[in-house]
Design a binder for this molecule. Structure first.
Ligand code: WQD
Length: 341
């Protein structure tokens, strides 16, 4: 009997890539999404990639405890991967209540209903943002979390604490938090990828939209940071590598291989890359020249962060494998697919 995984927020950028990998790894998947931050493009792409036209999709809002309870009451769900939540860092600063209510209520409803209906395996989509501006690099899972620099980042920390405390209180609940660094790229099929709403906040979609002509010019937010080339350094993790990490984590939970009832893993490459290095890498991978200029620093940006992924490598058996040039080529192929090219 196949195990069934609920992917909440599964129609989004990361959720859709995880759905593909779960199905290809032999899991049954239910996708539930309120479609507030995406359209059906990625879910349709998932069906094409997997060749499965019958993937259960439920349009619902996890802020609704009745709808959430009904979902677990009417489906045999063995594990949940929780993505459903708002994720625009900048927007969260101006709309803290919107973020706290949505991101926290949704997650608490999921845990409560999962527990009530006998699903004890909860995997939470966390973020390296919980580390703030780390004093020491690379960051391990033991690196102290810092006060969040945005309500969005704070909801990630708070959801980790909610999961940790529920695992402590309820013996039937197990939890894994995956702390993503900077997810980039798209599926090699170019049928799913990042679909930012409006002007992209994140670097790579802004790069691809500039390259395709949707944006005039990329602004590099600061070249006076204390880094080798003056631009910020990040751990850019390929979206398919990131998605595969979820399969390893779900398998660990379902196969009873967890060492502790609550576990945290950094999901990154372990290799720092600067903004300028990424721009040059994109130009080289796609044989094009990008229109960019140096602009003032962006408020809230940290100088550098990258992962020590040893724990995920050793314990999950997962490792980032995709070459940067392939990742950047996939991001460009996706942008061209969106433009109908
Ligand atoms: C990366 C670097 C920018 C855009 C955020 C969230 C994190 C996660 C990933 C959700 C920075 C520079 C960017 C641009 C630029 N999101 N940049 N010009 O801020 O590291 O992380 O997204 O989980 O939680 O905090 O990612 O892509 O916005 O920026 O120069 O037009 O690119 O200054 O140094 P960030 P990002």
């Amino acid at each position: 009997m196949k195990s069934c995984v609920l992917v909440s927020g599964g129609a989004g950028f990361i959720g859709s890539h995880v759905t593909v990998e779960l199905i290809e790894a032999g899991y049954d998947v239910i996708v539930a999404d309120n479609m507030s931050n995406c359209d059906s493009t990625c879910f349709e792409g998932v069906k094409k990639i997997t060749g499965k036209d019958d993937i259960p999709f439920i349009k619902m809002d996890f802020r609704d405890p009745v709808a959430t309870e009904l979902l677990f009451a009417t489906n045999k769900i063995d594990a949940v991967i929780h993505f459903a939540g708002f994720k625009a860092v900048g927007e969260s600063v101006g709309e803290p209540l919107k973020y706290y209510k949505n991101n926290l209520d949704s997650f608490m409803n999921v845990i409560e209903s999962a527990r009530a209906r006998g699903c004890g395996n909860i995997l939470f989509s966390s973020s390296a943002t919980v580390y703030g501006e780390p004093d020491k690099l690379p960051v391990t899972e033991e690196t102290p979390r810092q006060p969040a620099t945005s309500p969005y980042g704070n909801t990630k920390k708070m959801c980790e604490d909610i999961l940790r405390d529920c695992v402590k209180a309820y013996p039937e609940i197990k939890g894994i938090a995956l702390r993503y660094f900077n997810p980039i790229g798209a599926h090699p099929s170019a049928l799913i990828g990042e679909l930012p709403n409006g002007i992209p906040n994140n670097l790579v979609p802004f790069i691809t939209q500039t390259a395709i002509g949707k944006r005039e010019c990329l602004s590099v937010f600061g070249d006076d940071y204390p880094t080798p080339d003056g631009t910020c350094q990040r751990d850019f993790i390929d979206i398919v590598d990131l998605a595969k990490a979820h399969v390893f984590a779900v398998r660990r939970m379902l196969d009873g291989e967890m060492r502790k009832d609550y576990e945290v893993f950094n999901i990154g490459t372990g290799k720092p890359l600067s903004v300028m290095e990424l721009i040059k890498g994109f130009e080289k991978a796609n044989n094009l020249s990008l229109n960019y200029k140096i602009a003032p620093r962006r408020y809230g940006d940290i100088t550098a962060i990258w992962a020590d992924p040893t724990l995920a490598n050793n314990e999950l058996g997962w490792k980032a494998e995709r070459k940067l040039e392939d990742t950047l080529a996939s991001a460009w192929a996706w942008e061209k697919h969106l433009a109908g090219k």
